[in-house]
Design a binder for this molecule. Structure first.
Ligand SMILES: Nc1ncnc2c1ncn2[C@@H]1O[C@H](COP(=O)(O)OP(=O)(O)OP(=O)(O)O)[C@@H](O)[C@H]1O
Ligand SMILES: [Mg+2]
Length: 276
């Protein structure tokens, strides 16, 4: 019995042709998982193979038809996921595209070329309003347009993610599952959220799961960093600004910078007052 590598939930193992979880169960079981449309495709294939033209049921063709249907459903689900992420506070970033990045935002093509690189994490740092979120969403839009099967992309503002993960929030388990398992997670504005032992533990669980499974992660942050994430900056006569490791500790930081591409976005601020 063939085993298909499909999953209409939107889960998957990246965009590089991998089609998702490999189900070892029977064809009937995985077709059941495909929902009504997948089941209908399967039944259609079976019925056709039982007609006079075929003396033997062509099971491989049946499976292929069901597979194509499920893949189309999966692509649609992923597109819907990304549309949801692009609503609300991130609606303006629907237009972000790697082609719009300035040289300051895409030094050496490291942002626009990241998806095709072997790097697992893209860490985008820089001061306010330099286009960090824009750059991250440019990559998100790129990933959500991968053909024939878009990547399953999920974007969260870090503070909002913490709120959504609280046990009192509806679907908090699903939020954790999706943040850990989607093909590409965008974690926006890491460092702006309030850090507690509990939030550190949630971040660790997500980052660790993603590193272990070599899943893609894009992080934007205002925190100062160097290639090892260790540098702190001292504001004049002020307290030391904690950097990644100062704020999240070695356990999380080491995982964040593992196989990471680090980009520091420079250039002028994109937010300006209206000229009078
Ligand atoms: N290359 C670009 N083309 C068009 N608009 C851009 C570009 N880069 C940034 N912007 C716009 O500039 C504004 C600031 O960009 P963005 O929100 O990405 O900055 P940021 O570095 O994430 O800021 P913050 O640190 O406050 O989160 C946004 O309105 C964004 O749409
Ligand atoms: Mg931002």
């Amino acid at each position: 019995m063939s085993s298909l590598t499909l999953d209409v939930s939107g889960r998957g193992r990246g965009s590089s042709g991998a089609l998702g979880h490999r189900f070892g169960d029977s064809a009937r079981a995985w077709v059941d998982r495909a929902g009504a449309e997948g089941r209908a495709a399967y039944e259609r294939g079976l019925a056709r193979s039982r007609t006079a033209e075929g003396l033997f049921p062509s099971r491989e063709d049946d499976l292929r038809e069901a597979q194509e249907t499920v893949r189309a459903l999966q692509a649609r689900n992923r597109a819907r996921w990304w549309e949801r992420c692009l609503s609300g506070v991130y609606a303006d970033y629907a237009a972000a595209a790697v082609e719009t990045l300035t040289p300051d935002q895409d030094p050496g093509g490291r942002v626009s070329g990241w998806l095709e690189s072997g790097s697992r994490t893209l860490l985008i740092a820089g001061e306010n309003s330099r286009g960090k979120t824009w750059s991250a969403f440019a990559v998100g839009n790129q990933a959500a347009a991968v053909a024939p099967l878009p990547m399953w992309v999920v974007a969260w503002n870090s503070a909002d993610l913490d709120a959504a993960l609280r046990p009192s929030s509806p679907n908090c388990d699903k939020v954790m599952e999706h943040a850990s398992e989607c093909d590409l997670l965008i974690l926006d504005d890491l460092g702006a959220e309030k850090v507690t032992e509990w939030t550190l533990e949630q971040l660790y669980r997500i980052v660790d799961a993603r590193v272990r499974n070599r899943r893609r992660l894009v992080v934007t942050t205002n925190l100062p960093y160097d290639e090892r994430g260790f540098s702190g900056s001292t504001a004049p006569a002020g307290p030391v600004t904690p950097n990644l490791v100062g704020r999240y500790g070695h356990r999380i930081t080491e995982r964040l910078i593992h196989e990471a591409t680090m980009v520091r976005v420079t250039g002028p601020s994109w937010r300006r007052p209206v000229p009078f």
